[in-house]
Design a protein around this ligand. Structure first.
Ligand code: XYL
Length: 386
């Protein structure tokens, strides 16, 4: 039980289990491991796929010959394990050239280079069959605002995405783009900080149908926002093109903790939203093992992400089938066919009838909503006593 299988569509980035544990105050604590080795290990653990930034696979300094060999070895590992590459992305944050933004840099040369680098990274992803292309604008932001850059940045960001959407079409890659919002870190303030901000921006693009979001649990949680709420909005907008699962303490630096390690209830509602909505995409873990760990700990971390997801999936099924919970929910969702008929669609007649309706205001006001009971029952499912 709780054994991950490819059908569960669990994916990890090369940069997640391959994270050597450096932080701003300390150097790496783990040796670098190769992409083929990561693929082999993830295959053993039951993952479905692996994702990469261009430079996770091909280091920036690799010669064309080396790049060729790296790709060959990586493909061989994919063939041997059956792992797929559903998503690819670009590293637009490590190189100092991006220190003040990539697509939104105030320097036209940097903006052009960022688009060039992304086209090449899209070529690389397509070589391995990736169908989702993630845009995390880690350096797209400011510490200090200068001139009108905060406004100009929106236009530059739009120009880049429009350009790359046309490139996607002209190459026949069939990518779906997924914008990944984050409020801050590494920039003081990152542009398009929330799922809602990204959705608003997508509507202004030339190909809005091609572009959705990649919400990340830690990113909303850092800002003190509710990840399940962000996720629900993305699902409702039919824009959930990818999802980054991990965990996080509120108000801290970006911790990228093991999925389900910190906020059990939000993790539960996250899984419930994904499962109940019929989301078909990858369950991607964008997290890394604690810096305290060696590679044994890294593989425990990877297993833990998937196992906790499956445990929570089981809890969701239990919750959905629990007669007492369902009865409490049936009371919570007060139904009134006649009123819903009136409000479901405007007509002058419905409007008039609604105006003429009298409500039992005192009765509605004075009745509690029963949420203490529902929430306690939820807690008891999670705590394993139901
Ligand atoms: C870091 C981000 C990245 C993206 C991909 O906070 O989550 O890892 O997922 O660039």
């Amino acid at each position: 039980q709780y054994q991950p299988k490819p059908e569960h569509k669990f994916t990890f980035g090369l940069w997640t289990v391959g994270n050597p544990g450096a932080d701003p105050f300390g150097s790496a604590v783990r040796e670098a491991i190769s992409a083929p080795y990561i693929v082999e290990k993830l295959g053993e653990l039951g993952a479905w796929g692996v994702n990469f930034h261009d430079n996770d696979l091909i280091p920036a300094e690799a010669t064309p010959e080396q790049a060729k060999q790296i790709k060959k070895d990586f493909q061989a590992a994919l063939d041997a394990t059956g792992l797929v590459v559903p998503m690819a992305t670009t590293n637009l944050f490590k190189d100092p050239i991006f220190r003040d933004g990539a697509f939104t840099s105030a320097d036209a040369r940097v903006r052009a280079y960022a688009i060039q680098k992304t086209m090449k990274a899209m070529d690389l992803g397509a070589e391995f069959g990736a169908k989702t292309y993630v845009f995390w604008g880690g350096r797209e932001g400011t510490e200090v605002d200068a001139g009108s850059r905060t406004l100009d940045a929106m236009g530059w960001f739009r120009e880049a995405l429009n350009f790359l959407a046309e490139y996607n079409i002209s190459q026949g890659y069939g990518y779906k783009f997924a914008l990944e919002p984050k409020p801050n870190e590494p920039r003081g303030d990152i542009f398009l900080p929330t799922v809602g901000a990204a959705l608003g921006f997508i509507a202004t693009l030339d190909h809005p149908e091609m572009v959705g979001v990649n919400p990340e649990f830690a990113h909303d949680t850092m800002a003190g926002l509710s990840f399940p709420h962000a996720l629900a909005q993305a699902i409702d907008a039919k824009k959930l093109f990818h999802v980054d699962l991990n965990d996080q303490k509120m108000g801290r630096f970006d911790q990228d903790l093991r999925f389900g390690s910190e906020n059990y209830k939000s993790a539960f509602y996250t899984v419930k939203l994904l499962e109940d909505s019929g989301y078909q995409g990858p369950r991607h873990f964008d997290a890394h093992a604690l810096r305290t760990e060696d590679y044994d700990g890294v593989w425990e971390f990877a297993k833990g992400c998937m196992r906790t997801y499956l445990i929570l999936k089981d809890k969701v099924e239990q919750y959905n089938a629990d007669p007492e919970i369902q009865a409490a929910l049936a009371e919570y969702y007060v139904k009134d066919e006649a009123l819903s008929g009136l409000t479901s669609k405007f007509s002058p007649e419905n409007a008039q009838q609604l105006k003429d309706t009298s409500f039992d205001l005192e009765g509605i006001r004075s009745k509690g909503r029963g949420l203490e009971k529902i929430d306690q029952l939820t807690a008891e499912v999670l705590l394993g006593v139901r």
